[in-house]
Design a protein. Structure first.
Length: 320
């Protein structure tokens, strides 16, 4: 089977468009005999003529037209790919696929991307929101470039992913307003040992984290329902189907729920920026990664305590 090389593709398409050997050779910056030999070799290799004489020039015959339609599309795709790769080489324009937890899409991420795009307006984003486990799978499958999610054990997920701690946030017990503890500002996890629980399901890493916290508190929760989306968990609590251990949830109607701060020292979760080491070689991704670090260090935009390396910025959490 004969395979076209790039030069022959370029020579054939140019001649087909200009329909004159001398002019096509001039455009290609080669001699007319060299172009004639290349086209003749192409026709011999394929096994059929592709051009016919037309006055002082040439034109495609039926078979040439068929080949030309396909090769023109192929050429355009090659040029499109080349342009896209060249745009990725630039650190000031390009596209980044970002994954995020649902909760970070309410406050943290919009403000971060707004500020980033004010400085780099030619960099665009695609956003994917899922639980941490799915985000890590997307990162491993190269479906996203970088993600913001809960901390994880590298031994159980992926030992080649890199992570930067960007934040810690306190956990709360969400109870219906009719709950006996609803008037309390704070409590211990053990105070809820006799309650029925709404738990985040095992699609989320928070599932096992919650069970570990309950175990440290000295009891096993009685689980009535499981869900993987924050507003669903809050809705079940509002319907008085149980209580729930949750991180701060923004934008949820809390008329029928009350968040209670927890005194347990381990009642917090860590948020991280996760990425593949090789993705840092992509200029736009590396620029965004570095910007996130400096943005967190210099600005306190979100209603969560922020911690990065030795930087600790804490302030009041406005819940919901």
């Amino acid at each position: 089977m004969y395979t076209l090389n790039w030069k022959q593709l370029e020579y054939f398409i140019t001649l087909a468009e200009i329909q004159n050997y001398t002019k096509a050779a001039s455009v290609l910056n080669i001699t007319q005999p060299a172009l004639s030999r290349a086209i003749n070799n192409l026709e011999q290799s394929i096994g059929i003529p592709l051009f016919e004489k037309s006055g002082r020039g040439v034109k495609l015959n039926f078979y040439g037209h068929v080949l030309f339609q396909h090769l023109r599309i192929a050429r355009d795709k090659i040029y499109e790919g080349e342009r896209e790769v060249r745009s990725l080489i630039s650190s000031d324009k390009g596209h980044i696929s970002v994954g995020s937890l649902y909760t970070l899409g309410i406050n943290f991420l919009p403000l971060l991307l707004r500020d980033f795009n004010q400085e780099y307006p030619q960099i665009t984003f695609s956003l994917y929101q899922h639980p941490t486990r799915i985000l890590l799978e997307q990162l491993n499958n190269n479906e996203i470039d970088i993600c913001f999610c809960t901390d994880f054990d590298k031994d159980t997920i992926s030992d080649h992913l890199m992570k930067t701690v960007i934040s810690t946030e306190p956990l709360y017990m969400l109870v219906p307003r009719t709950h006996p503890m609803a008037g309390k500002k704070s409590a211990n996890l053990y105070d809820f040992k006799d309650d029925t629980f709404i738990l985040f399901n095992n699609l989320t890493l928070f599932h096992n984290e919650s069970l570990n916290l309950f175990s440290k508190a000295g009891f096993s929760p009685r689980i009535a329902y499981e869900a993987n989306e924050d507003s669903t968990v809050a809705g079940f609590v509002a319907a008085e189907l149980g209580v729930a251990l949750i991180p701060p949830i923004y934008g949820v109607n809390m008329e029928r729920c009350v968040p209670i701060a927890l005194n347990d020292p381990d009642a917090f979760r860590t948020l991280c920026m996760i990425y593949k080491p090789e993705n840092e070689s992509i200029p736009v991704v590396n620029k965004f990664h570095n910007y996130v670090i400096s943005w967190l260090a210099e600005k306190v935009h979100c209603n969560i305590p922020i911690q990065y390396k030795t930087i600790k910025l804490s302030y009041h959490v406005h819940f919901f």
